[in-house]
Every structure is written in C-alpha cells, then in structure tokens.
Design a protein. Structure first.
Length: 129
C-alpha cells in the first residue's frame, strides 16, 4: 500500500476525545511520520529524526513538544491499529477500485474503532468507581 495519509481536514473531523486518544496511542513517532500541530492550523510537519529530549519531536520546521503533535495516519497505521486491537472491519476492502477509496474506508473504520475504545475506557472507569 502506498503511504497515503489522512488530510488535515479529516483529522479535524475528530472530536477532542478522539484526538486525545489518537495522541496517546502515538507512543513512538518515527522518522518520516506526518503530523499536525492544531495550534498552527493547516500545516503538515515531517519527523526528521530523534530529538535529544524524548518529549520533543524534531521535524522539518524545528523542535516541538510531543504533546502539541498529532499524527496524520497512513493507511498502514490505521490498518495496524484495527488489527492490533482485534477490531472488526466494517467496510469491504476487497471491492474498492482505488487507493483513495481504500483509505476512505479505513478512515471510517478507524473513527468507529477509536470511538468504541473511548466508550469502553469510560465504562471501565465507571465500573471502577
């Protein structure tokens, strides 16, 4: 699969809890990952390497605190998230006629899955009380 990524507009479809979950899930940013910093809207950044401080991200436009950064997921990232979390695929991936449609279907499933994870975490917190 070509490393196509979600767009900033797609990222902005996420609710704040979904964005927070996504950021927590992105534990090991890798060189070449694309990301966005919401406070600097409509700009994509590319990780160029490791920062001296693991709490920072070194990218094409400087060094930023990781807590400001959110990944622009590739199709592969979404597929691995779904697979590693034993999440059902809701869309058909075998009858798509383009990479764009495949990415769109993965994005839909990813949003459903991340929402389900947030709901399940909330239930676990309520049960602990």
């Amino acid at each position: 699969m070509n490393q196509k990524h979600i767009t900033i507009d797609q990222f902005n479809e996420l609710t704040e809890p979904q964005k927070e979950y996504l950021q927590k899930w992105w534990t090991e940013p890798q060189m070449g990952n694309l990301f966005v910093i919401p406070r600097f809207q409509n700009s994509k950044y590319v990780i160029l390497g490791n920062s001296e401080n693991p709490e920072n991200i070194y990218c094409n436009r400087g060094v930023f605190p990781k807590e400001w950064c959110y990944p622009l997921l590739s199709g592969w990232d979404m597929l691995m998230f779904l697979r590693n979390n034993d999440i059902e695929f809701y869309n058909s991936y075998f009858r798509v006629d383009s990479e764009e449609k495949l990415l769109e279907n993965l994005w839909i499933d990813f949003k459903i899955a991340i929402n389900d994870r947030i709901i399940n975490e909330d239930k676990e917190i309520i049960q602990e009380d």
